[in-house]
Ligand binder design. Structure first.
Ligand code: HEM
Length: 172
């Protein structure tokens, strides 16, 4: 997907269903900055890391038959870019008029979407500082994203001592 190389190390183990966290721990897309901070601070992430992680919404889309929300965040949802941040800042976002959960659409093309939790990133001063930095500097976003996604992937994993991280080579 042309994003940064993400180092990986084996160690996460299958666990019994009894070891699963209770429901209700995932971020709620209909909520704003206080909720987002509660979810991510509990896992040890700061504001900069929260914003960097959200940049993953450059990829993929929402599906009406899953979350109920609809549409992609960017025009190139199979390519990793900092477009999510650029679009957040540069486009005008308005409520989508439809028979579904409350979400935003871009005023210009009405083909992109933002969740209320995405728009919270430009409604909060501290979050917005990072949105602007990542919109202006793709290299900085890639560097910070690689670091923070490794932190997320490795949270709570009981690595054996000396387990090294691997970086898979790509042709790009
Ligand atoms: C405030 C935090 C977040 C909220 C509220 C949120 C919410 C959502 C929702 C509602 C969807 C649509 C699911 C569907 O309908 O299929 C989605 C998709 C997605 N999210 Fe997030 N998300 C958050 C954080 C993250 C993080 C931290 C990552 C990864 C680092 C991430 C990566 C993705 C990706 C790649 C998709 C697209 C999946 C697909 O195309 O099927 N999100 N998110």
């Amino acid at each position: 997907m042309l994003g940064p190389a993400i180092p990986y190390r084996p160690g996460r183990q299958d666990r019994d269903v009894a070891a699963c966290t209770p429901d209700g721990r995932l971020p709620d897309a209909s909520k704003a900055q206080d909720h987002i901070r509660n979810i991510f601070y509990r896992m040890g992430f700061n504001d900069q890391e929260i914003v960097a992680l959200a940049g993953a919404h450059a990829l993929g889309r929402c599906h009406t038959d899953r979350s109920g929300y609809d549409g992609p965040w960017t025009f190139s949802p199979t390519v990793m870019t900092n477009d999510y941040f650029k679009l957040l800042i540069e486009e005008k976002w308005q409520w989508k008029k439809w028979n579904g959960p409350k979400q935003y659409e871009d005023k210009k093309t009405k083909s992109l979407m933002m969740l209320p939790a995405d728009i919270a990133l430009i409604q909060d001063k501290k979050f917005t500082e990072w949105v602007k930095k990542y919109a202006a500097d793709n290299d900085l976003f890639f560097k910070d994203f690689a670091n923070v996604i490794v932190k997320l992937f490795e949270l709570g994993v009981p690595f054996k001592e000396g387990t090294e991280r691997w970086v898979f080579k790509t042709s790009a």
